[in-house]
Write a protein that binds this ligand. Structure first.
Ligand code: PSV
Ligand code: MN
Length: 386
């Protein structure tokens, strides 16, 4: 196989998971702007996700969020997905939208609240059994707002205990992905603020516990690709939640704020052997003012472009320059790949996959946007909390 053929083959096997919540309405704490045609049920979210896969060819799974995507019959939901050519992906838990969680969930000082939170996580594993999902994604809003508010060490013990109970419930082939976030909604301490804390918990738990890197959850200027390289070296990179940030956790389209950073991350993934199904490439975005389905298609394409550039790095030339201590040449080799216009290559890849080379134009021409606006009348639009 030529080198270019190998790059194309790799791009064809790429899989980007889209999040059910990105198809529903979202906003800021100031306002949620409703859009016409937005799904009203988890089934309709899957219908939209299937369109993203139909036109990109690389978005075969959809992450669910419980309780937002709670249904009577999860096997029926999985069947509905299958009939449309997609599958259910990670199950995301929600321990942040109940009054009981004001002071935390699994780290709460009251054992009864912790019990409720852990029971929810266990219910999520039951759902994984029904949907055939591999990954349970955990993000905790737990933390404190004021120094002295709670004992930060005791909170770590409570967290460890909760995680151990859920870990023990995981079946064969199931994993726990622990997500960290620097701050928000807690403003003083966050109980899982960084990759080190997440990694320490995962290490204690065992190999089914893996760290998930949400690109929006870092301080400005953080070298995320270094974190990625380190977690891959340690065999603990479970996946990504891709999105873009300008200021804090902005949840904008991935690759919108800093495509160069996305390239550097994808290069470390490729370099570290992480371009496999063991690393889940998920989007975690909210499309507050832009049309949702085309924005998700655009995001998938942005991930593809960064991946293509990362795959095109001339690793032999790079290694030679690094061995020679040729700083400028090593940097130039990396930048050559970054500056390559990979859009023609990706158009070819899509054509070879039997797809339209321009997924956004194809989506616009297919009439789905008009159809959902006409048909999804009445009922309650999906959004935060639904
Ligand atoms: C909140 O910051 C958040 O965006 C986390 O990143 C989760 O992954 C996501 O919500 C869904 O719960
Ligand atoms: Mn996330």
């Amino acid at each position: 196989m030529t080198e270019l053929a190998a790059v194309k083959a790799a791009l064809k096997t790429q899989a980007v998971e889209t999040p059910s919540w990105a198809y529903g309405n979202s906003g800021t704490r100031f306002k949620v702007f409703a859009q016409a045609g937005v799904p009203r049920t988890p089934f309709e979210k899957l219908d939209d996700a299937a369109k993203v896969h139909e036109f990109t060819g690389v978005a075969p799974t959809v992450a669910l969020h419980i309780p937002w995507d709670r249904v009577e019959d999860y096997a029926a939901l999985a069947r509905h997905a299958g009939e449309r050519g997609v599958k259910l992906g990670a199950i995301n838990s929600n321990t942040f939208q109940d009054d009981d969680y004001k002071l935390g969930s699994v780290c709460h000082p009251d054992a009864a609240v912790r019990r409720k939170a852990v029971d929810h996580l266990l219910e999520c594993v039951d759902i994984m059994d029904a949907t055939g999902s591999r990954d349970l994604k955990l993000w905790f809003a737990d933390g404190t707002n004021y120094p002295g508010q709670d004992d930060v060490r005791a909170r770590q013990d409570r967290l460890a205990q909760a995680l151990a109970e859920v870990y023990g419930r995981l079946g064969d082939g199931q994993r726990m992905l622990l997500e960290y976030k620097l701050f928000e909604p807690a403003f003083y301490t966050t109980d899982v603020p960084d990759w080190g804390t997440a990694y320490a918990h995962c290490l204690r738990l065992g190999p089914k516990a893996q760290v998930v890197v949400d690109t929006g959850h870092h301080a400005p200027g953080t070298n995320i690709e270094f974190i990625v390289a380190t977690l891959l070296r340690e065999g603990r990179l479970g996946g990504f939640d891709f999105n873009s940030r300008f200021y804090a956790d902005d949840d904008l389209m991935v690759g919108a704020a800093d495509p160069f950073q996305l390239f550097r991350i994808m290069y470390e993934v490729v370099r570290g052997g992480g371009f496999t199904s063991e690393v889940a490439f998920m989007l975690d975005q909210c499309h507050n003012i832009e049309a949702k389905i085309p924005a998700i298609i655009r995001s998938v394409m942005n991930v593809q472009e960064a991946t293509a550039k990362a795959l095109l790095v001339d690793r032999e030339a790079l290694a030679a320059a690094q061995r020679a201590g040729d700083v400028l040449e090593a940097n130039a080799v990396l930048m050559d790949a970054y500056h390559t216009d990979v859009r023609p290559l990706l158009r070819e890849v899509r054509e070879e996959m039997g797809l339209d080379p321009d997924p956004i134009a194809a989506y616009r021409a297919c009439g789905w946007a008009e159809k959902i606006v006409a048909e999804r009348v009445g009922g309650r639009q999906a959004g935060w909390g639904a």
